[in-house]
Design a protein around this ligand. Structure first.
Ligand code: C2E
Ligand code: CA
Ligand code: CA
Length: 924
């Protein structure tokens, strides 16, 4: 990997080098290309200029040729006729038509040689005579007088040159040297710039001379030429005009021309050595005066005239000869630059891409490394398997796998993971895994796995398929989590959810499951089983009097006793409160037996010790049989409950089988509840009154009001049948107030009627007692009925007052203040705390009729009655015994100094209409 990275880096630096090299080479190439293109253009410009200047030269030469031809033509006339008369000369001149062809000609003429030293002045004069204006003229100071003179004898056109006739051209140095040159060479020779003689000219000019020798033909030697020369024909040209005309073509417009006369070998001894300027055209002048900065093209050509001593110097601005593709250098350069730039950018981009890909590669490989490490470091087992049925061989496992399973990588690689399941093949999770792999999808399952050492652990395995580019699943990746702890916790939670915290017994919801299982099982093997609903009798009293922790202990002891008695196969569940449900399986007979139920009851009936106190707990059990009493869990439990109620009704501490009749009763309860709700409105309640009398003199001291329900269909219904229902439904509150109001009203009537001055006692239910405005409602009723409070007695039960002692003390105190009488009903059946009895502001204890009933035969009951009476008296309370049915009971109670009695022996409860008679009969 390192090596590869180095290679990558090499490649990158190479690319960087290449990038700059490209730029550098490209720039150089551009410069070279630019130079080449420029050079090419320069050469093209140069070539154009040369061509142009040569053209100009040609034009000039042509022009000069024209002049020299004219001169030769004239010379040939003089050669043949040295004494050409003037009018003839005029004709010759006219025939040449030189005016038109060569308009720059100032003059064409002939200068005759005159020997000034040897010839008499007359002869000179004679010549001069022929020309009206002149004798031989020598301009002043021009030259020292020479031996010869070349006097102008003819000059055409005469009208411009008349003044020149007779002028000795030899007297002027420029002309002399040219004449001499012509004389010596026999050829045409030209002056430099001379001022033309013609008066109206005054221009610069050039004079061409051509010798005329005696005898025509030029002699062979210079000496003889010098002697035999008779004159020269000449041609004066106005320079500016001549050369300007030569370059009138537009193509020469910007061409500068300077004609320079260079010193020749021939003239060297005579003329100036310095070159002299013959002519300079406008373009050249402008250029010279401006000293233009623009780069100039220059060319010097020697004119093939006058022995090459004339030179034409051409000049022109480069701009005048634009190359055929003047933008070529720019185009070439910019193309080259663009190309370079493009190439540079390409390389750069490539470098960047490489760089990026390198970086990506780097980061990818980093990421891969990281992932690899992460997988290696993962606390969870990670496995890669090939997607190759049926074995799905393992290709990779991480160290966590080794730690988790105890198998080292080499022990598992290439093998199937089923090694982890061992014989435990019948797992739900395995089916799921097979499905996941078969369907090539993601998924997970919980499995029991076994380590190499055989120990089991729970694992959650998550599987995901890995696909290649073409989408085929090639591998599966699996992550395994050890969920043994979670599983334990779950099990704990499940246990908690399904079990009762206090007793550890299955709760209602698990009971449902178990019951369903039992049903399924019983159905399969065609067996019967029982659902027994067990309710502890008087558990409430333990709970109320001893507190909840005592109640809890009691339930735990009951549970352990049930566990002892029932078989392993039976189920015990806590249904809530003091209710248990037992599932009792069949015995060998195919039916459960009652023996087991008996054993349960006996076991529970044994005294239970809690906080150093013994309690006698009995139970009421209702039994429903599967399948006769129900085929589903709900029905079975409901019917067992109904049967249990029946057992309670039958005096507790017994068990009852469910029967359809019981069900009808239960249904009645429902109907009853419906009717109960509308009973007050329909005025179906009625109060019966049972007298209470003093045991000593039989005086009527009070009446207990007992409610009756005159049901339109069922006739009179006893309170035993509906009071509990009214309590459960809360209807007891309005019913209770109705009772108090009716009783008070009734008693007020009796008092008003003067029948008696007794109290009326009403039964108060727990629900009523805990009502917030219980006391105020009582006060309201007393005020409304105008009954003095001392004539109202409230019967409360032990459980009621002991339930919330603080509340009880508070309410009882208020009631005491109001002035009502308070008695504890059914005394002896509950668990009153003496300490509280002492603190409660009570008036009377009412011995429960169950004790009174067996006074004659049961010593225990007798002692309870005795104890209650002495307790009451010691607390300064009065005592009343209820349920007195015969004389013996009355006698015993009298012996024991019970204060009051109530019971059938004195009178049954009766409607108010009968009380009148009763009181009156007693008074008799
Ligand atoms: P309790 O308060 O103990 O009422 C006395 C019950 O004993 C009455 O039954 C009465 O008829 C019955 N009794 C009286 N003397 C004798 C006797 O010598 N022998 C026998 N065997 N029974 C006797 P009742 O009227 O059926 O009332 C039953 C229970 O219903 C009452 O028991 C009381 O707890 C409740 N109850 C009745 N009326 C009301 C009421 O208006 N409000 C409330 N909350 N409960 C009431
Ligand atoms: Ca009562
Ligand atoms: Ca009672």
């Amino acid at each position: 990997m390192h090596h590869q990275a180095n290679k990558e880096l090499d490649k990158l630096s190479w690319l960087q080098w290449l990038q700059w090299a490209t730029l550098f080479v490209g720039l150089i190439a551009s410069v070279v290309l630019h130079a080449l293109a420029n050079d090419k253009n320069n050469r093209e410009t140069q070539a154009q200029f040369l061509t142009n200047s040569k053209n100009a030269l040609f034009h000039i030469e042509q022009q000069l040729l024209g002049y020299t031809e004219v001169l030769r033509g004239i010379q040939s006339h003089f050669v043949s006729t040295p004494d050409l008369p003037p009018h003839k000369f005029k004709q010759v001149y006219a025939a040449l038509a030189a005016d038109e062809r060569l308009p720059a000609i100032q003059a064409i003429g002939f200068s005759r040689r005159v020997r000034l030293a040897s010839m008499p002045s007359e002869s000179t004069r004679s010549h001069a005579v022929r020309w009206p204006a002149n004798a031989l003229t020598h301009p002043n100071g021009l030259l020292p007088a020479a031996a010869d003179g070349y006097q102008i004898t003819y000059a055409e056109p005469l009208r411009h040159n008349r003044s020149g006739i007779g002028f000795d051209q030899y007297s002027e140095s420029a002309r002399r040297s040219a004449i001499e040159q012509a004389r010596d060479t026999g050829e045409i020779a030209a002056t430099g710039t001379v001022v033309l003689r013609a008066p109206d000219s005054g221009e610069n000019g050039v004079v061409l001379f051509m010798p005329v020798y005696a005898g025509g033909i030029p002699p062979g030697t210079v000496e003889r030429r010098r002697t035999s020369i008779i004159g020269v024909v000449f041609l004066a040209i106005r320079i500016d005009e001549a050369f300007t005309r030569a370059l009138t073509e537009p193509s020469f417009e910007r061409l500068g021309l300077q004609l320079v006369l260079t010193p020749s070998q021939h003239a060297s001894s005579l003329a100036e050595h310095r070159p002299t300027l013959l002519f300079s055209n406008k373009a050249a002048d402008v250029r010279n005066s401006n000293k233009e900065s623009e780069s100039l093209l220059k060319a010097v050509h020697t004119l093939s005239f006058n022995r090459g001593i004339w030179q034409a110097e051409f000049s022109a601005p480069r701009a005048a000869y634009p190359p055929s593709n003047r933008w070529m250098p720019a185009i070439a350069t910019s193309s080259a630059l663009l190309g370079t730039l493009a190439l540079f950018l390409v390389v750069r981009q490539f470098r960047f891409i490489s760089h990026r890909s390198h970086r990506q590669h780097q980061s990818t490989s980093m990421a891969l490394q990281l992932r690899e490490r992460a997988i290696e470091a993962s606390a969870n087992a990670i496995i890669v398997c090939r997607a190759q049925a049926p074995d799905y061989p393992v290709e990779y496992v991480n160290p966590a796998f080794e730690r988790m399973t105890g198998y080292s990588a080499h022990e598992i690689l290439g093998k199937n993971l089923r090694i982890l399941h061992r014989a435990d093949r019948d797992q739900k999770g395995l089916e799921e895994i097979r499905a996941i792999v078969r369907e090539n999808r993601e998924g997970h399952a919980k499995l029991r796995n076994y380590r190499k050492d055989g120990s089991m652990f729970w694992t959650d395995i998550r599987i995901a398929p890995v696909t290649n580019i073409s989408g085929e699943v090639t591998h599966f990746v699996a992550a395994k989590y050890d969920i043994t702890d979670t599983k334990k916790y779950e099990e704990e939670l499940e246990f908690q959810a399904n079990h009762d915290a206090l007793t550890g017994l299955p709760n209602r919801s698990l009971l449902q499951d178990r019951l369903k299982q039992s049903i399924a099982h019983a159905k399969r093997i065609n067996e019967r089983f029982w659902v027994a609903f067990l309710d502890l009798d008087r558990f409430k009293y333990v709970n109320d009097t001893m507190g909840h922790s005592a109640g809890d202990q009691l339930l735990q002891q009951v549970t352990s006793r049930l566990r002892l008695v029932l078989r392993e196969t039976d189920t015990i569940a806590r249904h809530g409160g003091d209710e248990f449900v037992l599932l009792i399986g069949a015995e060998d007979t195919g039916m459960p037996g009652t023996a087991i139920v008996q054993r349960v009851m006996e076991a529970l009936a044994q005294p239970i010790e809690i906080c150093n106190q013994f309690f006698f707990i009995t139970s009421s059990i209702g039994i429903a049989t599967y399948p006769t009493d129900g085929e589903d869990a709900e029905t079975l439990i409901k019917n067992a409950d109904i049967a249990m109620y029946r057992a309670k009704e039958l005096g507790r501490n017994n068990f009852q089988f469910y029967s359809p009749a019981l069900n009808a009763k239960a249904l009645d309860r429902l109907k009853l509840e419906k009717d109960l709700r509308i009973a007050i409105e329909r005025n179906e309640f009625e109060l019966h009154y049972q007298p209470q009398q003093a045991i000593t003199d039989g005086q009527i001291t009070g009446f207990e009001a007992l409610i009756r329900w005159n049901h339109p269909l069922h006739g009179t219904i006893a309170p035993e049948r509906f009071i509990a229902l009214a309590e459960e439904t809360g209807l007891i509150v309005p019913i209770g107030y109705w009772v108090i109001r009716s009783a008070c009203l009734q008693n007020r009537e009796w008092h008003n009627a003067g029948l008696h001055q007794a109290r009326v006692a009403v039964n108060v239910s727990a629900r009523q007692f805990s009502e917030k405005n219980f006391v105020s409602t009582i006060v309201e009723i007393l005020e409304a009925t105008n009954l003095p409070p001392c004539y109202l007695e409230l019967e409360l039960t032990e459980g009621m007052v002991m339930e919330n002692t603080e509340h009880t003390i508070n309410v009882l105190s208020q009631l005491k203040e109001v002035g009502v009488t308070i008695s504890i009903d059914d005394f002896g059946t509950g668990y009153s705390s003496l300490a509280y009895l002492k603190r409660f502001p009570l008036d009377m204890l009412k011995i429960d009729r169950s004790f009174v009933r067996d006074i004659a035969i049961d010593n225990d009951d007798r002692s309870i009655v005795n104890a209650v009476i002495s307790l009451a008296h010691s607390l300064h309370l009065t005592v009343i015994a209820e349920g007195v049915e015969d004389e013996a009971q009355l006698q015993y109670l009298r012996q024991q100094h019970c204060d009051f009695v109530q019971g059938y022996y004195i009178s049954k409860p009766m409607p108010p209409s009968l009380i009148d008679d009763f009181v009156k009969s007693r008074a008799v």
